[in-house]
Design a protein around this ligand. Structure first.
Ligand code: NCD
Length: 318
């Protein structure tokens, strides 16, 4: 990269003096201005290269399975010049009973400049942050939070629909145990004229605390329903999700989700220009027959995911 481009990128980062250390929950993205800054950085990085993480060591500490989140952080960091080190639970001293605090202290003592942590226990990321002097990013915590997934979801909507204001969005499926929908609902509430349809069987509803929060957010309308058919023609975005079988206490809890299958017939009933998103991985809730329809944006969603995570890393470490 020549120096003039380098200067432009530095200017861009310093034009946005709001700093960010940890990303533990979607609330850490503060306001829509902050999101706009990240979107602008992502737009720049799509066309330009920078080594702003040169010499930095980023550790991906993943205590739950992951393909997309782990790889996209790895590629994002590598593209910024960072050295990436992945640690999985089965391969670390956590298997010997080491606490998350000691694992994090160890990683930092040895020289990490940042950590991305995925953990099945909701408390772990907070415990980790308490003892972590370097930036820590939540890559998914139990059934509670997945802030960078929400970030890539809103970025995908921005790129594919062109705006996040005045949209109707359906979050569909297991809203009780899904963390992506919690974080996304929170981020969507920063925009105006947004109507969020929470579509799930009654026993898999989003937690009341968050529904209450959404209902009090200015410019946001929230509606809970168990009937996808009644909203499908009204929405600009359908955000389908997987049954979180690994988190539910009872395997029969998800039986009713079969009524929310997104298939060709369902997609054909959507508004012109409406899109289908899914954080993936999918099971039977999203039919493969949708994959080649123009509304299907879940593959692009992963591409935007790497890009916006690159922007996030540049913002934190650049
Ligand atoms: C999600 C997750 O891990 O919460 N996947 C992802 O990060 N892309 C969704 C899921 O596992 O269902």
């Amino acid at each position: 990269m020549d120096t003039s481009t380098q200067r432009t990128f530095r200017d861009m980062l310093s034009d946005s003096p709001r700093t960010l250390k940890n990303v533990l929950r979607a609330q850490d993205f503060r306001d829509r201005g902050f999101l706009a800054e990240l979107f602008a950085i992502a737009g720049w990085l799509e066309k330009n290269q920078t080594n702003c993480m040169q010499g930095k060591k980023l550790v991906l500490l993943f205590n739950e399975p992951s393909t997309r989140t782990r790889l996209s952080f790895a590629f994002a960091g590598e593209r910024l010049g960072a050295n990436i080190h992945a640690v999985v639970r089965s391969d670390s001293s956590q298997e010997k009973g080491e606490s998350i605090e000691d694992t994090v202290r160890t990683i930092v003592a040895i020289g990490a400049d940042g950590i991305v942590l995925r953990h099945p226990n909701e408390d772990a990321v907070w415990r980790a942050a308490l003892v972590c002097p370097v930036p820590i990013i939540n890559g998914g915590s139990g059934k509670e939070h997945h802030p960078t997934q929400a970030l890539l979801d809103v970025y995908t909507i921005f790129r594919e629909v062109g705006t996040l204001d005045n949209l109707n969005i359906a979050l569909v499926g297991d809203l009780a145990f899904g963390r992506t929908t919690n974080s996304l609902a929170y981020l969507l509430s920063k925009f105006s004229g947004v109507t969020i349809y929470l579509v799930s069987p009654e026993h898999l509803r989003m937690k009341g605390e968050l529904v209450y929060y959404l209902s009090t957010a200015q410019g946001v309308t929230v509606k809970e329903t168990s009937d996808l058919e009644s909203v499908i023609h009204k929405v600009h975005v359908v955000y389908q999700t997987r049954a979180q079988k690994e988190r539910a206490p009872d395997p029969t809890m998800h039986a009713q989700l079969s009524q929310y299958m997104i298939d060709r017939r369902m997609v054909e009933r959507m508004k012109p220009g409406a899109i289908v998103l899914h954080p993936l991985p999918r099971n039977e809730e999203l039919s493969r027959e949708v994959d080649d329809m123009p509304q299907a944006k879940y593959i692009d969603q992963m591409r935007y995911g790497e890009l916006i995570r690159r922007a996030l890393l540049a913002k934190i470490f650049g």
